[in-house]
Structure formats: C-alpha cells, structure tokens
Design a protein around this ligand. Sequence first.
Ligand code: PAF
Length: 311
Amino acid sequence: MIAEKVPVTTQPGPVKPKRASQLKIIPAAKELQTVVERWRRGRKKIGLVPTMGALHDGHLSLIREARKTCDRVIVSIYVNPIQFGPQEDLADYPRDAKRDIRLLRAEKVDCLFTPTDEEMYPAGFDTRVVVNEKYTKPLCGESRPQLFVGVATVVAKLLALTRPQRAFFGQKDYQQCLVVTRLAADLNTGCEIVMLPVVRETDGLAKSSRNVYLNEDERRAAPAIYQALKLAEGMLQVGERNPQALLEAVRKRLRSESLIQIEYVSAKNADTLEDLNILAGRVLVAIAVRLGKARLIDNSIVAVPTGSGSK
Ligand code: PAF
C-alpha cells in the first residue's frame, strides 16, 4: 500500500530577535571600558583577538573561533611601538585600516579597539610587564630582546581594558602564546588563552602580515621553511631522537634556498622552552629566517613518545 502523502506544514518556531550586529569603532580606552562594563553586567562572554592589523586568514580564523564561542567579540588593532627594536620595521609595518574594517564587519565583530599611542601610553606611563626570561630569552628573544616585554605589557593592558573570558592567539607566534598564557594566569586575569593552529598558503608558507615584504624570488623560496618543518616531523616520526642530527637536516633543507638566511633553528621542550638532550615529549621545532626584508618565523609541535625511537 502506498501511504498517502500528508502535506507537511512547517510551524514557525518562536522567533528569536536577531541582535543587530554593528561594528563599534572605539579609539578611547574609557569608552571601551564603559562598553565592556555593560556587556559584563549583561553576563556576556567576551572574546578578545589582539592584532596589529593588516589582517589575513590567520587572524580571521581567530576571529571566527571567538565569534563561535563568545557572545561579544572585540578585535584590537594596534601596532605596538614598544615591542619593536630601533632597527626594526615599525615604520614600514603594513597598515590597511579600510580593508581591515571591511573584514571585521563581514565577520560580525562587535567592537574594534584602535587606540593611538597617546591613548595606550599616555605621558607618565612607566610600567613594563616582565615574564620570566626562561620564556622570553631564547628563540626570538635572542635577536629581539625588547619583543616580549613589549608584547606582555600591551597584552596585559588589553586584558585589563577588555576583561575577556577568552583571548585568541595563533600558534605561528608560539613563544608569544607561552608568554601571554603565563601572564594571563599569573596576573589572575581569569582569561583563558586559546591558541589556534597556523593558517598556511597552499604551498605551506605560514600566513603573516609580513609576507607582503617578499619579492617574487623570495616568495618562491619561502615554502622551504614549511618543508624543513615537515622534514623534522618526518624524522621524529621515524625515530630520530638526536637533536643535532635533526637540526642539521633542517638547516640543510633551508640552506638549499640561497636567499634564506637562518636566524635560528631550534628544538626545545614545548612547555618549558628548555633545550633537549634527547628528542622526547612535546617537542617544539622552531625556525626564524631572514628572507630579503622579511623576518619570518614558523614552528611545529610534535608529541614524541618518551622512550621510543630507533636511533
Ligand atoms: O601578534 C601580534 O600581532 C602582536 O604581538 C600582539 C599580540 C597584538 C601584541 O602587540
């Protein structure tokens, strides 16, 4: 018997009024704090995505995760002068406010905080946040001694201003993630630091605002960084446990591109940044290179079973 088809009527459920999402652009710390207080009183879960602008897909992945897991999303765009050394690219750092704002509107971000230097560091400002040098001295801290004091100071300010329950950072800047995780816990901010995976171009190059510095030849050479990391991952997977052997193979891969100048190639305990005599546990393989005007970093974390390995 063929069942008679009953016309299905779809009952409209109770209509949930949609919140009109409008990007508030706020340059003043006081106004930001007023908005945050209102959201907090309304028990909204606040997500913060701190950036220096020139937004790319890496930033967008952080914003989307914030949008998915928080009620209100604040993005900050501030090229923080105190994290740049005197010879670094502060003046040239890419800036494109119009495009950034368009992207933030499309992602339905609630608030963009874009302070001036005077707003962040008014006359008389005289505080620095210093995280233990165990996290800040090795790797990028060696060639950029001011970097993590500048980052920790500005992130501490941003957390104080926005009081987020969650703040989102990309794994490309793994050392930065460790530093801000430490400070968020130690300063009782109540903020969970969420680290999201590196977002890559199709050829493996990690997305970075600084990739715009690369000319055609440099851009062609740049995926060697990713290939060198893949090589390290492969060696760890087949049992390489000798750091010197691993690092030499990574350096060799990088040196096959004559435009690449190695700043560091390092394998460390991913939680403590301590050097390893034997590659075991959570191993961080980290690379920093110069390629023309660009300084590029990338990393991979591999869980290596302790006591395993054939070499
Ligand atoms: O990763 C960045 O863009 C910056 O270091 C940060 C976290 C926004 C602080 O200036």
